[in-house]
Design a protein around this ligand. Structure first.
Ligand code: HEM
Length: 436
């Protein structure tokens, strides 16, 4: 809206934060060229201040400069390398099986003519269990009957933390100096999350100490990282201390819950609303696997329509509508001289609807992402969901795989109807754009 009023480059404020907004491809390219060796988004202040006050280590989300680079060099390999991410398929399928059984039970309990109440909560549990099974190689138990109380405590704290962060981020950071009840309550939520994460990392650490002697540690070939679990790999690399590992684990858990869950909610919404898309997807999935079979990273590679659909839902309903960068050098954007250190917001949502990027941008067309399709147009900034450059989403491969596996299994259930698609709904912008 402001872009229509002021043009493609303008200065604005959100709460007490000031920034320059851009979305034209030529400007976006320049922003990423000017991000420097250590790209910086600027911190989410309440998160940063909590960790400073409680002397907790930062992780990828808050890390800066050389420290951030060090974190990425450890995490990139285990999370972004295709082979490593592929190794998580089986346990991701286990989390999906639990999720589907939970839905089945819930559908009967809800007794709403097949409709499921609060599907969002179930999807949050699915993404929470999936990221945990990648990080800790075990189910935490939100889908168990009765659910594991620690898992529920952890899960509720993550959701609550997001809700409260949204309120606090828009306030002036008085909490740095004055500890009000609101701030103390907020810190307690984080304390709970850290306590549980520390306990889980500790357990893994003890197990590793007991199972691998100092000598045999040295002989483990870390180059074949896909054969080693995530936490043992990070511990064996010995580049991060235990506090830094917990700080990073925390950031991966924060990054991995709302994002995938909300993307899946939108995808199910699109499938419900478009029976023709649902049918095409069903035909594609059936051509690759039978009902009841579990897909893996290779089978979803044979499903271009599935991958196109998820990308298209990410374009239409992005969870991250902007990404920030602090310019590393003076840069000319849209004819304006913007000094180094300025915070620039790259408007991914605006880019998604720009006709110079996508034909008929308001229409859902999974085909536009399929290379062999006549509707495909290559565009280096076409798929913006995970951002770009060395600071792009570190969970991208995990997220893509877990979402592809989920949809390729959900499509066999014949309860994706248009039941919840004719309702009106709101979109809430928290840190992310979420279905309300
Ligand atoms: C649909 C799913 C997801 C979307 C759309 C998404 C999107 C994003 C975006 C836009 C960024 C900012 C990148 C930048 O500043 O250039 C980001 C960063 C990040 N994401 Fe994701 N993400 C998703 C899933 C995940 C998952 C599953 C994880 C955990 C495994 C994760 C962990 C992170 C972390 C830790 C960062 C910070 C990276 C850094 O600063 O180095 N994300 N994500």
């Amino acid at each position: 809206m402001n872009a229509q009023k002021y043009g493609p480059v303008y200065r604005d404020k959100i709460g007490n934060l000031s920034y320059v907004f851009v979305y034209k491809p030529e400007d976006v390219a320049k922003v990423f060229q000017a991000e420097g060796k250590y790209p910086a988004r600027g911190p989410a202040l309440p998160w940063k201040i909590y960790r400073e006050q409680r002397k907790k280590a930062k992780g990828l989300l808050l890390g800066e400069g050389k420290e951030w680079r060090k974190f990425r060099s450890v995490m990139d390999k285990k999370l972004l390398k295709v082979k490593d991410a592929a190794a998580y398929s089986d346990r991701m399928n286990d989390a999906i099986t639990d999720f589907l059984m939970h839905l089945d039970k819930k559908r009967q309990e809800d007794n709403m003519d097949g409709e499921i109440k609060d599907l969002k909560d179930s999807l949050y549990k699915w993404s929470f269990e999936t990221i945990n099974t990648v990080l800790y190689n075990k189910k935490l138990g939100t889908f168990e009957d009765p659910p594991n109380p620690i898992a529920v405590k952890f899960y509720r704290s993550v959701c609550l933390m997001f809700d409260k962060s949204n309120e606090i981020t828009l306030l002036p950071p008085y909490y740095k100096y004055i500890k009000t009840k609101r701030w103390n309550d907020y810190c307690k939520i984080w304390d709970t999350m850290f306590e549980i994460a520390e306990q889980l990392v500790d357990e893994e650490y003890q197990k590793l100490q007991q199972s691998i002697s100092e000598d045999s540690r040295k002989s483990i070939d870390l180059h074949h990282s896909e054969e080693i679990e995530f936490l043992p790999y990070v511990l064996l690399r010995s580049e991060l201390n235990k506090d830094e590992i917990v700080g990073n684990i925390m950031d991966l858990m924060i990054g991995g819950v709302d994002t995938s869950a909300n993307t899946m909610l939108w995808t199910l919404y699109v499938l419900g609303k478009h029976p023709d898309i649902q049918e095409k997807l069903y035909q594609e999935v059936c051509s690759v696997m039978k009902k009841g079979e579990h897909p893996n990273s290779l089978s979803v590679q044979k499903m271009p329509y599935l991958r196109g659909l998820i990308k298209e839902c990410q374009r239409m309903y992005p969870v991250a509508i902007v990404t920030a960068r602090i310019l590393d050098k003076d840069t000319v954007l849209g004819g304006y001289q913007i000094p180094a250190k300025t915070k620039v917001l790259v408007g991914y949502h605006m880019m998604s609807f720009d006709e110079s990027f996508h034909d008929e941008p308001t229409k859902i067309k999974p085909e536009r992402w399929i290379r062999s399709s006549a509707q495909h147009r290559f565009n280096p900034f076409g798929h913006t969901a995970f951002s770009f450059g060395p600071r792009m989403c570190v969970g991208r491969r995990i997220a893509e795989l877990e979402m592809q596996l989920l949809i390729s299994r959900v499509i066999f259930i014949n309860f994706i109807t248009d039941a919840f698609c004719y309702r009106s709904f709101d979109v809430r912008s928290l840190f992310l754009n979420v279905y309300n």
